[in-house]
Structures are given as C-alpha cells and as structure tokens.
Design a protein around this ligand. Sequence first.
Ligand SMILES: NC(=O)c1ccc[n+]([C@@H]2O[C@H](COP(=O)([O-])OP(=O)(O)OC[C@H]3O[C@@H](n4cnc5c(N)ncnc54)[C@H](O)[C@@H]3O)[C@@H](O)[C@H]2O)c1
Length: 405
Amino acid sequence: MGCGQLKLNVLLIGGGMISEEVIMPTLFQEQREGRVGEVLVATRRAATIARLREVFPGRRFTGYPDPARVAQLEESCPEAFREALAELEHPAAVIVATPDHLHTPMVLAALEAGFDVIVEKPLCLKVREVYQIQEAAEAAAAYVYTDYHKRHDRAVRALRYRYRRGWLGELLHGHAWIEEKKEIPLHHFRRWAHESSPFEYIGVHYVDVYYFVTGLRPKRLVAFGQKKFLPSQGIDAFDAVQATIEWEDGSVLFVQTAWVCSQHNSALTNQGLQVLGTEGEYWADHKDRNLHFVTDRGGYEDYNPNFFKAYDSWDHPDDVDWVGYGYESIVQGLNDIRRLYEETAGLSGEARRERRRAIIATLAESRPLPNQALIGTAVNEAVRLSIAHNSRFVGFDEKMYPVLL
Ligand SMILES: NC(=O)c1ccc[n+]([C@@H]2O[C@H](COP(=O)([O-])OP(=O)(O)OC[C@H]3O[C@@H](n4cnc5c(N)ncnc54)[C@H](O)[C@@H]3O)[C@@H](O)[C@H]2O)c1
C-alpha cells in the first residue's frame, strides 16, 4: 500500500482541554484529508461526550460512555475506555490524553490490546513506570510516542540546529520560564491539580527541550515549591515550583514554573528560554512572538502563530486549516504509526515484529520514544523528591532513578 493510502482509526482516551483544543481538531483535519478513518473518543463521563458533540457539530466520532446508554451523564465510568479499546479495529492508534498520573495503566492497556500509542507529555510520573512501558512496548514490538510538541516549534528547532553546529560553543547556563493562568488549577484541573504540579505539567517541556537540543543528561538538581494561593482555594497543590538542574557537562538550567498567574495575562502561558554558551547566546520569548491583537472581543492578546492556530483553508473554502507545532507533533506520531503498518503489510508473527522493531529503533534516535521521554519523567520525579526533603540535592543512578544526595 503506498504512502497516503492507509487510513488509521484512532481512539482518543480523554476529552479535556488538550483533547478539545488540539487533538480533536487535528484528528478531524486528518480525517478530512483521508489519513484517519474512524475516530473513537473515550472519557470518564458521558457528559463530556455530549459536550464534545456540541463543540464539534457535524464531525464523525463514536463516544464512550455513550450518553444515550448511561443512567446519569455525570456518572464516573473510569473503565469505559476498555470497551472502546475492544471495539477499535486495525489499522489503528491510541492517543492517551488523561491526567498525568493516569497515563501508565492506559498506555499498558493499549499495548496489551495490540496497538501503538501516542501519549501526552509527561509519559508518566515515575521512572519505574517508564521501564514498565518500555518493556511492554518492546515485547509487543510497539511504538510509544510522547507528545513533547515544543520539539516542533521552529524557535526551539533553531536553537538545536545552531547548537549542534557549534554556534554557541559549550553551554554554561540557561533560564527557562513557563507559567500559566490561575484557571488551570482552579477550573480545568480542579480534580487532579494536587496529583501534579506546574513543574510536572509544563516545566517538563523545557527539561525536554534542553535534552532535545543538547542530548545531555541531567546529573543532579535541587528544587523548591510554594503553596500559598491554591490552599486558600481548597486545593492542596503547589502554586509554583523551581528547579536548578546541573547537566553532565556541568552546565546549569534554572526552570521557573507556576500556574497561578493573573487571569488578565496577555496569553494563557508565559514562556521562554535563554541560554548562554562559550561562543554565543540564544534568547527567546516564546509567548511574545511580536504579534498582538487588541479587540473588543478579546482585549489585549499576545498571539503565538506557531503553536496551533486556525487559518482560512487553501482547499476547503468553508473550513479552516489547523497549523503549527501542536499539529505537527501529533501528526508525526500518526504518520510513524501509519508507516509501521505500511512497511509491514503482508508480514505476520515474528517477521512482522522484527521489521517493526527495526523501524522503531531508527525512530527512537530522533523521537521522544520511551528511551528519550525517560529524561523528563526522571527530572519530574527528582523534583518531587527534592521538595519532599526540604530541597535537598537529588542525583540520578545509571538508569536515571532519582537518588537523594
Ligand atoms: N502537549 C501539551 O503541551 C499539553 C498541554 C496540555 C495538557 N497536556 C497533557 O495532556 C493530558 C491531559 O490534559 P488536559 O489539559 O486535557 O486535562 P483535563 O483535566 O482538561 O482533561 C483530562 C481528561 O481525562 C479524562 N479522564 C480522566 N480519567 C479518565 C478515565 N478513567 N477514562 C477516560 N478519560 C478519563 C477526563 O474526563 C478529562 O476529559 C495531561 O497529561 C496534560 O499534562 C499536554
């Protein structure tokens, strides 16, 4: 079967913010372009499916739990995704977009059911779970891609390109900041903010960026966290978390994170990165891309055209084209999975698994498959450990398990 012929069916597990704002528009666009077939969406509550039908009128997807078959729309059905998995037909991919602490059992269930997986970052919250996922994926000869979409931002790719060609010399230090509005823990993540933190949820992006750019591994870190505002709102979660990470070459990255910024901020996310090397520096505000709107409808808004925005479609006059690194990252995972089906067509059993393993081994060099997603998870776990021990230094053993120093 030639490239572009195969239609992947996709099961999306989760129907929250990232699903509604990025993943589903991406899947419907891919469906329109003939690269995705059936779309299945599994959430915890039928009410979420009902809401998504209103958000995407006229789009084709099967929802679990089915609002027509539950006694109460708000009833919690944490296992509904298993019914969807049982009904998903090859060729297919599973996308896991549930809260951070729920990724592992869902990824493992998808692998056990025989599917390749795309999972929202972070892959999971514990190094032990990365190895569990990696072993299950290797046994099944399956692909597990973590959606570290900042790797696709041209502002980050530019740094990698020039750093790898020696323009910055040897790195000395860097500063990354990523902070979101209060609505995230107060509204969107109210049910699970205490299970995560602004570092685990978004700070990890810049840990992965530093690793993606340099290929360096972290050596040790020290972290701090503050709980001042959220506890006053009945949420036992950190307002802000900071970590200073020393890497194996002795360079240091300070990462500053929060999710209690003012609702009057000019974008959902303050974010940027500054890096100094022996031969030059990189300095990028990833929020202020030097483009803003001021409108009666939206007030003042910094507008990031790189992330995930709708533009008038070139070929579908009544529709839009979604463009940007949010789109490209998910599509890279979908295309890799389509390639795995296409290049193993006609093979079965061990021959198929061997061919898949060979392709996956090549992809693992340049993609956040578990061997690379390990770094973000290890740093997340170490940050938590450091804070739990009054900001002690934490190092890593040879398998990247955090160790108190
Ligand atoms: N790539 C990115 O930059 C990016 C951006 C935002 C969020 N994320 C990640 O995506 C994931 C989801 O984030 P979100 O913003 O959509 O969160 P959210 O809280 O808005 O949504 C989570 C969804 O998971 C669903 N869910 C919970 N338990 C479930 C279960 N047992 N079965 C089926 N569905 C279940 C909930 O119903 C909800 O729809 C998180 O891991 C988050 O860190 C990534």
